[in-house]
Design a binder for this molecule. Sequence first.
Ligand SMILES: [Zn+2]
Length: 309
Amino acid sequence: MKNCLTKYAERTFKKLRQNLLNTVLKQEMEKMRKQIFPWKRRKLLNYNIKIKEAKLDWQTLGQYENNRDKNKYNYTHTILIQKSFVYAVNKLPFKSLRKRRLKQLRKVIQHELCHAFVYERYECVYSNLSGKNADASPIFLAVLTFVDGISNYDFINFFEESELYNTVKKFKKFEELDNYLFDLLYEYNQVAQLLKEESNVEEFTKLKINNYNLIQNKFEFASRTPGLEKNFSMESKTVMTDTNGRLRNTNILSNTFRIGFNVMPEDIERLYYRKKYKQGRYYNNTKCAYVVYNKNNLRKIYEKEDKNY
Ligand SMILES: [Zn+2]
């Protein structure tokens, strides 16, 4: 089988390359199925998967995507492989080179399959925490480690020194890892719920104070960074005078934090308090001032927007 896959083709046809991708995908799926469900008569994935070559960004060898947003209960996983890379598997002049490329292709397909598997199995669990199959997500990297997969991101060296890596390495059966990951997601969700919102709305509406503060926090898993990154912040500050001429301030802050593999659930609260007022990587800050004459007469006297996207 292997020989047939690395046969030298003077010209490489699209059909030939597609056959190669289909064959390798099938083999890698079966290999991963045996690692994950060795004693079960079940498929690795419940939904359809297809693979095709594509012209990707020059440093990308493979990419995963799905169309769940179009068809929630019957979506298709798609793996895209860099076209020039597929070419090399049967177009390079020496068999040894073709073999090396084939080996590399297997690893790329395995990595992308892992994105598909993690998405299918965990993405809907505590769906407020999105991106479980993102490249720096603890869930994704745990499964990737279990199946002996590789990642080309530089952060992978840090991952191998992390607490999570050492924990995952001890698991012999997928069931153990699976239970651990469900438990871990439960804990991440507990913290995310705890930190979801901070506000003093009660005192403000009872007119005890003149400043209304609301902070809303969304958490998702990271694709590039190992730590807790504040990816996005949107701050809106409004000053108004009410009908009695009293100054009233409202400050509304919405944050999106990204959780990388180095952040365990127990670390989040500490890191959150350190970063909650810091500007996000992408930010949008607005300041407004109003004068309120009566309920129906409100005049904006000042507005300023500052954003970096
Ligand atoms: Zn990836």
